[in-house]
Design a protein around this ligand. Sequence first.
Ligand SMILES: [Zn+2]
Length: 418
Amino acid sequence: MIDFEDLDNAEGETELSPPELFAANLIEWSLERHASDLFVSDIDGAVLISVRRLGRIEPVRKLARDYGRRLQGHLRVIAGADAGESVRPVEGRGNITTPDGSKAHLRLSSLPTLYGQDVSIRLFDPVRGARPLDQLGMDSVDVESIEHLIDQRSGLILVTGPVASGKSSTLYAMMKRLNDGTRKIHTIEDPIEHALSGVMQSQTNTRLGLGFAELLTVVLRHSPDVIMIGEIRDRQTAETAIRAGASGQLVLATVHSTSTAEAVDMMLQYDSDHQFLANALSGVINQRLVRRLCPVCRKPSSAPHDDGEIPERIRCRMQDAPPSVFDPFGCHLCHEGGYDQLIALPEIMLVDETIEAAIAKRVCATELETICAEDGMLRLAEVAHSYVLRGLTSLDEINRAVTDPHIASMRRRGNKSG
Ligand SMILES: [Zn+2]
């Protein structure tokens, strides 16, 4: 196996191996570490390999420029793109079987930059890619809430959160459960990330004028039971999705916002009929991804935590376990990083009569959030707090993912005493 992490060895790569073998080994190495992206980028005087793993960039190795460029060319060949194109951006996609026999789908984009090219590859691991709901890292009570939402025959379910918050993994997990052969399922995606056997998946194509709204109109003529819309970002798609959800179809969609209440607000900006949305909406899942502490090497934190401070709402998530805060350490199992995987952190709004009435009454997002919390919804920050108190993740990690004054002050106290 090639020593990829020899970061400063930019010499002698011609003796390493032919670039095609190096490329296959590099992809295998990246998949083993569950990297989501692989970058082979011209920098000043060399070519830098880096990966995005658990949401963060990690530099891997520098290559001599000539060898690095041959590697870039070979990666473009794997993706079915023009190997020699260096002036215009190129895109491609392809499948690779790595030397150890694992298969991956990759999507490549190559962009001319100051020193040459930036080759960016998205890796789709078919084994880990479309995980079932109970393997996303959510609490079982949250998994049950989502199952309750999708077990209904109709209604609109929104999944929301910023970029890279795991929205599509949650959508795919929901569809995996729905895809049992008893429903006609259509998706409209940009891009299609995983193929789901038996599901009618359509890719948007702006060049042909086939956006989400146009494809949705056609999909509705195909007698769907379930429709998944990759993203609602215009009035026409929003209106059609709401009406489909209110008239007998189950509609799953993502919308860009930072809280469940804000997602409702966002939909109302597209479609001002409060009553219609209140009728159609059955739930909103707002989520973030956080890195899970490696359970093998995490170490107890010196941050003080006062038992008496834990509110009852959070305590019920602890299942009577004593609160224990942990920090990352590092071992061979987590590749010395202290964290081993990304887990979903959800805030789930289940629309009942109280919330339906509030939406129909046009309350503002802040007020809606208060009503939902009083109605039993755990806010994102509260679920985050419970993750920290159970040692699932660290205070630093949560503080990065969730803005909350209580979590920030816990972290400050921890830093002072540590
Ligand atoms: Zn570890």
